[in-house]
Structure formats: structure tokens, C-alpha cells
Write a protein that binds this ligand. Structure first.
Ligand code: ACO
Length: 323
């Protein structure tokens, strides 16, 4: 049984924050941020939590697919900034979409910035096993909740937002394939603070949960991981890079993408880049980019697309699909 992506949607958070705005909070400059990352602005959410952004993106993906929402029987949300430790953000989205009274399973995955592609891979397997028929796959983040606005090396990089796709059974020939890997990170290259044990069983509410990053180590990992994920998906799918119309990368940093393009000898214009507008929205970045492309009428029937992501874990992944 084949599956295909039938609908796309994205949700911007409410507050647009430019590099100039961040200069009022930390010692930085528009030039430094643009030159080192390509980022010009990002959106932070002041009113909506992760599930709310996820709901807005989902509604647009459902509408775009033309599928009756009552037929959705699987919701997987990729996020590292859930509304709460429990219930899952997917469960909240299920309830907010009014999909409680039917045969539907909802759960979250955490594979950081690769999360959306890993969620998509899981959804495909669950449809192909016969468990589900129509899956909502969402990447949603409110990273501003875990940013330390006294740390200029990280707070300038990230943004909030959500993207969603509707994955369904398809009568078409094979249109989608995946590659994914991980390598446990005990060096603490990309982490948040640990949740500490509480041996005294006392109130423990003061823990912070800031994001920490060893920027240059992440940069080196990212280039290697993207190179591997693009090369391996082409090998698995028996397709050459020349036959690919678009590469939709995780939107972390323009310089990372430029390095990968040079190393693999790919025309940089094949990479869809919108990180200048959104910053790094972790697991939301790839589905936001897809919906952005759809809205700009850049996605055309039968185009061949590679999506590629990397993130904390460490994890990396790629998906090949035909529009
Ligand atoms: N504004 C101005 N100066 C800054 C800033 C800032 N925001 N941040 C750092 N600097 C300074 C540093 O203090 C340093 O100053 P010094 O030379 O006086 O010590 C100087 O700029 C250079 O710092 P580096 O860390 O060497 O800068 P680098 O060129 O490595 O760029 C960056 C930093 C942009 C973070 C880069 O390492 C990078 O892109 N890494 C990958 C990050 C990434 O993509 N993370 C997301 C991963 S995905 C996920 O799962 C979350």
C-alpha cells in the first residue's frame, strides 16, 4: 500500500522579532546575525502554546488535503517544547480539533530538529501496516519558552511556529521513502538542562530548562549529517541528485546549507531556504518550509523532493517524496 502527502499547512506565531529588536535585549548586531546565520527575523508566540500553533497548521493542512477531518485516525506531533510533560501535545491537538469521539491515536515524538521526518516515517509505517488510514503529522514549537535571553549565542537563532501535513493512503506508485539515524550525545553538544532527581521529595519548581549549544560542534555535525542523509536517501531510492527538483533542509543556518551544497556539488538554488524569515523553528522548520512553498506555488505535481534534517539526540534524517 502506498501513501502520499495530500495537504500542507503552517502557522506563524504572533510576534515578529527582528534582529534589531534582539539588539535591545543582548549585545549583538544585525550584521553579525545575518552574516553568521542568514536569519533576519523570527516569530515568537506571546499568546499561543505549541498545541495552539499545531491546531492552526493542522486545520490548514486538512483543508488543503480535501479530506474530511473525521477520517483522521492518527496524529503524531514532533516537538521539543510541548505544552506540558503530559498529556502529549498530540492529545491536546486531537481534542482541540474535535477528534476525540472516534478511532484515533495521538502521541508525540522527540527527535529534536529531525523530529518531523521521524514522525512522518512512523506515520507511513502505521498506515502501511493497516493500523491507520489518514495521519496528521505536525511539527510544532514554542522554543522561546526554553531560550535564555542572556545567552546571545543561542537566543538569536530560534523561533516559534508550526507546520503540518496530511499523509494518506494513495493509489499512486511508490512516492515516499525515508532514511534516519541517531548517535547518542553524551558530550552535551545540544541539550536542555536535565530534570533533576528529587531525593528529598521537596517542592522542586525552580528548575530552569534552558537550551544549551556548542555551536561549532553542532555546525560540524550538521554538515556531515546532511551530507550523509542526502547521499543515502538517493542511494536507497536509486535516484541521482540531478533528478531532484528541490531539497528542503532543516532551516538552522544558511552557512550550513551552503557548505553542504558545495560538498555535494549541488546548485544552492535547489535548496529551499526561508530561515531568513522564521529563524530555526526546530521540528517545525521543514513542514513550515513545505507549506510556504505550497503557498508560493513552488510545489508542482510530480516534482521530486528531498527533505533533510539534523538535530539534538544527535539525530539526522531524510525523506524523498514525489509531489
Ligand atoms: N552577536 C555578536 N557576537 C556573537 C554572538 C552574537 N549573537 N554570538 C557569539 N558572538 C561572538 C562570540 O562571543 C565570539 O566572540 P570572541 O571571538 O570575542 O570570543 C565570536 O562571536 C565568534 O563566535 P563563534 O561561536 O566562533 O561563532 P561562529 O562563527 O561559530 O558562529 C553559530 C556561531 C552561528 C552559532 C555557529 O556556530 C552555528 O551556526 N552553529 C550551528 C548552530 C545550529 O545550527 N544550531 C541548531 C541545531 S538544530 C537543533 O536541534 C536545535
Amino acid at each position: 500500500m502506498n501513501v502520499e502527502i495530500k495537504g500542507f499547512g503552517l502557522a506563524q506565531a504572533d510576534k515578529c522579532v527582528t534582529n534589531q529588536d534582539l539588539m535591545k535585549i543582548v549585545e549583538t548586531s544585525d550584521e553579525w546575525i545575518k552574516e553568521r546565520t542568514g536569519i533576519e527575523q523570527r516569530y515568537f508566540s506571546t499568546t499561543e502554546n505549541t498545541s495552539d500553533l499545531g491546531v492552526r497548521a493542522s486545520l490548514l493542512a486538512i483543508e488543503d488535503s480535501g479530506i474530511d477531518s473525521k477520517l483522521i485516525d492518527l496524529i503524531i506531533v514532533a516537538t521539543i517544547t510541548p505544552d506540558a510533560m503530559m498529556p502529549s501535545t498530540a492529545s491536546l491537538i486531537q481534542a482541540k480539533l474535535g477528534l476525540n469521539n472516534q478511532k484515533c491515536l495521538a502521541f508525540d515524538v522527540n527527535a529534536a530538529c529531525s523530529g518531523f521526518l521521524i514522525a512522518l516515517q512512523n506515520a507511513q509505517a502505521m498506515i502501511q501496516s493497516g493500523f491507520a488510514h489518514n495521519a496528521l503529522v505536525v511539527g510544532a514549537e514554542t522554543l522561546s519558552k526554553i531560550l535564555n535571553f542572556e545567552d546571545r549565542t543561542t537566543c538569536i537563532l530560534f523561533g516559534d511556529g508550526a507546520g503540518a501535513v496530511l499523509l494518506s493512503q494513495s493509489a499512486r506508485n511508490k512516492t515516499i521513502g525515508h532514511y534516519s539515524r541517531s548517535e547518542g550525545d553524551l558530550e552535551g553538544v545540544l541539550t536542555t538542562d536535565s530534570l533533576m532527581l528529587n531525593p528529598d521529595f521537596k517542592s522542586n519548581l525552580s528548575q530552569s530548562n534552558y537550551l544549551h549549544m556548542k555551536g561549532q560542534a553542532v555546525f560540524r555535525f550538521a554538515v556531515k549529517a546532511m551530507e550523509d542523509a542526502i547521499t543515502e536517501i538517493c542511494r536507497n531510492e536509486k535516484i541521482s541528485l540531478d533528478e531532484i527538483d528541490w531539497i528542503v533542509p532543516h532551516q538552522a543556518n544558511k552557512r550550513i546549507i551552503q557548505h553542504v551544497a558545495t560538498k555535494l556539488n549541488i546548485d544552492i538554488n535547489k535548496f529551499y531556504i526561508n530561515l531568513n524569515d522564521y529563524g530555526n523553528t526546530s521540528s517545525a522548520s521543514i513542514p513550515i518550509a513545505l507549506a510556504d512553498m505550497k503557498n508560493k506555488e513552488l510545489l508542482r505535481k510530480n516534482q521530486r523532493i528531498i527533505m533533510v534534517g539534523f538535530g539534538a539526540g544527535l539525530t539526522w534524517a531524510s525523506t524523498y517524496f514525489v509531489v
